[in-house]
Ligand binder design. Structure first.
Ligand code: FMN
Length: 142
């Protein structure tokens, strides 16, 4: 089982979620690759059984515009039938960015395999556990 966890993070909260998800998946033997869209090569990003995509709520309830939004645009036409999961951190909102993002990914034909995981600010003890569990759950998907 190969899982690519592809994320953008400005202040590290979504990055922490990505790391925890990867730890959960790796614990049960998945081959996990963490890809930071700001730093890493994204050319092979979709080469995995499951793609976990992470981005915080930015702008006004939108994806980060300079790096992550262009990345999503670049893969959108290749998402048909792809198994994906979405996650990200937020601040003062109610999660609207994630509802919009989930709808967009479904319209692109992606199969969302797990409920979107959103965490307020940095993951605390409870949400750390939820992130790890998401990794475990993704690694168990056939
Ligand atoms: C420019 C900017 C815009 C933001 N817009 C929103 C927003 O619309 N709704 C919200 O809930 N949080 C918003 N936030 C808060 C971030 O989503 C929150 O701080 C999150 O934890 C950042 O995650 P990161 O550490 O992965 O960058 C915004 C933060 C910044 C810097």
């Amino acid at each position: 089982m190969k899982i690519n966890i592809i994320y953008w993070s400005g202040t590290g909260n979504t990055a922490s979620m990505a790391t925890l998800i990867s730890e959960g998946a790796a614990e049960i033997g998945a081959d996990v690759q963490l890809i930071n869209v700001s730093l890493d090569d994204i050319s092979d990003a979709l080469n995995a059984n499951i793609i976990a995509l992470g981005c915080p709520s930015m702008g006004s309830e939108i994806l980060e515009e300079d790096e992550f939004e262009p990345f999503i645009c670049s893969i959108e036409s290749s998402l048909k039938g792809k198994k994906i999961a979405l996650f990200g951190s937020y601040g003062w909102g109610d999660g609207q960015w994630m509802r919009d993002w989930s709808d967009r990914m479904e319209k692109a034909g992606a199969i969302i395999v797990s409920p979107a995981l959103i965490v307020n600010s940095a993951p605390g003890d409870d949400s750390e556990q939820l992130c790890r569990q998401l990794g475990v759950d993704l690694a168990k998907i056939k």
